[in-house]
Design a protein around this ligand. Structure first.
Ligand code: ZN
Ligand code: ZN
Length: 146
C-alpha cells in the first residue's frame, strides 16, 4: 500500500475504535464497571481537583450538555455526590464516592499503560528514525489544526 493510503487507513481505524468516545486507550478497561471512557475520565479528573460542569466541558473539549448528561448518570449510579459551594450555592462541585475511587485510579493507570505502549513501540526505532516520526507527526498535526 502507498504510504499516503497507510496513513488514511490508520486514521480511519482510530476513528472506528474511538467511536463515541472522546479518547482512545489501548487495551481493555479493568475497572469492572459499565461506564464510558468519558465518564471514567470525569471521575479521574474529579479525583485530582474540584471542577464544575463548565470546567469539565473545557477539559474534555465537549459540550456542557454532554458533560451534564455524563455527570447526571454518574450521580445516579452513586459514583458522584453533588456538593454545593460554601460561598456560592449556585456553584456545584462533585465528590467521588468510595465506589468511584478505584475506577478513577484504574482509568489513570489505563492512560499510563497506553503511553507506555507508544513508548515501547517507539523504542524499536533508532533516534534518527524517531526524529523522522516526530517530524511527520508535527506536520500532520499542523495540517489537522489548520
Ligand atoms: Zn477504565
Ligand atoms: Zn481518560
Amino acid at each position: 500500500m502507498a504510504l499516503g493510503q497507510e496513513v488514511d487507513h490508520l486514521i480511519n481505524q482510530i476513528l472506528l475504535k474511538a467511536e463515541n468516545q472522546h479518547e482512545l486507550l489501548i487495551g481493555s478497561c479493568q475497572s469492572g464497571v459499565k461506564l464510558t471512557n468519558t465518564q471514567e475520565h470525569i471521575l479521574m479528573l474529579l479525583s485530582q481537583e474540584n471542577l464544575t460542569n463548565s470546567d469539565l466541558a473545557k477539559r474534555l473539549n465537549v459540550s456542557q450538555a454532554a458533560v451534564t448528561k455524563a455527570v447526571k448518570s454518574l450521580v445516579k449510579q452513586e459514583m458522584l455526590e453533588p456538593i454545593k459551594d460554601k460561598d456560592d450555592a449556585r456553584v456545584t462541585y462533585f465528590s467521588l464516592t468510595e465506589a468511584a475511587k478505584p475506577v478513577a485510579k484504574e482509568h489513570e493507570h489505563h492512560h499510563a499503560m497506553t503511553l507506555s505502549v507508544y513508548d515501547r513501540l517507539l523504542e524499536t526505532f533508532s533516534k534518527e528514525e524517531q526524529a523522522i516520526v516526530n517530524r511527520f507527526l508535527k506536520a500532520l498535526t499542523k495540517e489537522l489544526e489548520g
